[in-house]
Design a protein. Structure first.
Length: 209
């Protein structure tokens, strides 16, 4: 029997994950059956179950891959001097996650899938662990970038790095929520809005109140 190459195995896994993501985004996680996934990818049950034994395993793998995409963007950012500003980096991450990650899924559909992943953490402990670890890694990555911003004189030394990290993560989460609920929200709009906020300066003698 001819040996199946790793490239073939990886391509088959990619095919299954993309098909499952499209199904979940289109019909909802709970309304999608494994049979729906089989029909979407055009494979036999044996071929799919070789990689994933359940919908839970599929959604966990999708969530893990999304964090891999995000981690990749931050790894790239850490290699650049000066580092990308928050508007550039958040825009880059959102485009990769919502528009480039899954073949055949539009931005609003994949945003809805992300929301479903968040809600599934309430019942799926393994998925909750995936998201908790991913969130922790993302916070740490933002903290490192904030330190780089300070080193370049772009941000006050008094700014709490973890507070900034949480706020920027919340900004991306809020955009995903808007896209899921309302659609037609361009990443360009978020980038423009962040640049405007970043450019704010208080007039002399005016307090924050």
């Amino acid at each position: 029997m001819a040996r199946v190459s790793q490239q073939h195995l990886d391509a088959r896994r990619r095919q299954i994950l993309d098909g499952a993501a499209r199904c979940f985004a289109r019909n909802g996680f709970h309304a999608t059956s494994m049979q729906d996934v089989l029909s979407e990818v055009g494979l036999s049950a044996g071929a799919v179950y070789r990689y994933f034994r359940s919908k839970d395993e599929l959604i966990e793998a999708i969530a893990d891959e999304v964090f891999d995409v995000v981690r990749g963007a931050f790894t790239e950012a850490a290699r650049v001097d000066p580092p990308p500003t928050p508007d550039v980096l958040i825009g880059r991450v959102l485009r990769r996650v919502l528009y480039d990650h899954v073949e055949g899924a539009d931005g609003q559909a994949f945003a809805r899938l992300v929301i479903q992943v968040w809600t599934e953490t309430l019942r799926n402990e393994r998925l909750a662990t995936v998201l908790d670890e991913g969130y922790g890694t993302l916070r740490s990555a933002w903290v490192q970038l904030v330190e780089a911003y300070r080193a370049h004189g772009w941000m006050s030394d008094e700014a709490d790095a973890d507070h900034v990290a949480r706020t920027l993560i919340a900004t991306a989460q809020g955009f995903i929520t808007q896209q899921a609920l309302f659609g037609n929200v361009s990443v360009d709009v978020l980038e423009s809005g962040l640049r405007a906020v970043m450019s704010m300066e208080r007039a002399p003698g005016r307090d924050a109140g």
